[in-house]
Design a protein around this ligand. Structure first.
Ligand code: ACO
Length: 321
């Protein structure tokens, strides 16, 4: 038994923040942001708009695309680092919004790799016959935890959500997922505050995402390069057999480096970072849905999804769409 993608959906908040808007907030320039990251604009939530709001819209779009209703969903798995509350988890908040009752619903957190982890977990439920219709979501409101005075990070991050519906199939589908983590890198990219540490920095007004950008960049390129080769080799797939690379959208230069490692022209890479920025856990399902809806990604094609994030965590999925 395998899991196949029956439908995808995504959602971006209406409000747009351009590089010109950021020039008014911090000492930066449109030229610097474009040339170093590839980002031209990003979508951000309004006051009161939450991760669950974005997840709900993306989920409804995915359910419509798959032709399923709330009564069909028997598993909800949400990847997010920016939940509405400590609890109930975003999975259950989403479950309530969608009018679904009784099925397992949870969220898991692996920073920008959260969706890859969620997809891998849900894939196993479907393969084991424990789910016949799984809703898998990556949703973030990362702009809520950004330090808007730190030009090194606030220009990068953005908000959004993407969702997929998984159903059982005789053939893959999801051929394989590969997940990794190494906590020795915990100090390079972090938001060092939370419940059991007492929200100390939040109370002092000093909280925010912290990143040693240069070091993250180097490890990300190296690690993702190894990850895509591990994924191809483990599944006996040649580079030229992959139709689409669907990468985490952190930096266009990282994306180009991985495409080069795969000897893939950029025409076969789904890029959304220019208009969407880095939406963390939402970026891969957003890119996937973008490519499917604009007709580039077609049924039967071979897709390679990959992501990298704080922890560090990293993961990939090889999918016959
Ligand atoms: N505008 C103008 N100047 C800036 C800005 C800005 N927004 N940010 C930093 N600078 C300055 C720095 O202060 C530095 O100035 P200095 O030389 O006078 O000290 C100079 O630009 C160069 O800074 P670097 O950090 O070396 O710039 P770099 O070329 O490495 O680009 C960037 C920075 C874009 C953050 C890059 O390192 C990067 O993309 N790293 C990876 C980040 C990433 O992928 N994060 C997320 C992965 S996981 C996840 O998605 C959560």
């Amino acid at each position: 038994m395998y899991a196949r993608i029956a439908g995808t959906g995504s959602f971006l908040p209406k409000k747009i923040l351009t590089n010109a808007d950021l020039e008014k907030l911090v000492d930066t320039s449109d030229e610097w942001i474009r040339s170093r990251t590839g980002i031209e604009q990003r979508h951000i939530v309004e006051d009161g708009e939450t991760t669950t709001d974005l997840a709900e819209h993306a989920s409804r779009n995915a359910m419509a695309a798959a032709g399923v209703g709330p009564g069909d969903i028997d598993l909800i798995c949400v990847g997010t680092t920016t939940p509405d509350f400590v609890f109930p988890n975003v999975g259950t908040l989403l479950q309530s919004r969608l009018g679904i009752h009784g099925c397992p619903a949870f969220s898991l957190e692996a920073a920008c790799t959260s969706f890859m982890y969620a997809l891998s977990v849900a894939d196993k439920f479907v393969r084991l016959g424990e789910s016949k219709c799984a809703l898998v979501v990556g949703a973030e409101t990362l702009t809520r935890i950004v330090d808007w005075k730190d030009r090194g990070t606030c220009v990068l991050f953005a908000d959004g959500a993407g969702a997929v519906i998984l159903q059982p199939a005789e053939e893959p589908g999801i051929i394989a997922t590969h997940l990794h983590a190494d906590g020795k890198y915990k100090d390079l990219l972090l938001y060092p505050d939370g419940v059991s540490s007492g929200f100390k920095l939040v109370r002092e007004g000093k909280a925010g995402v912290q990143m040693k950008g240069n070091e993250v960049y180097k490890v990300a390129v190296n690690t993702l390069g190894q990850l895509v080769m591990e994924t191809l080799n483990a599944n006996h797939v040649r580079k030229d057999q992959v139709d689409w690379l669907i990468p985490h959208q952190a930096n266009i230069r990282i994306i180009e480096a991985i495409a080069k490692r795969l000897e893939m022209p950029m025409e076969r890479v789904i890029v959304t970072i220019n208009t969407q920025g880095n939406t963390s856990a939402a970026s891969v399902p957003l890119a996937l849905d973008t490519g499917i809806r604009d007709g580039r990604i077609r049924r039967g094609q071979l897709l390679l999804l990959e992501a990298f994030g704080g922890g560090f965590t990293w993961g990939s999925a090889l999918i016959r769409y």
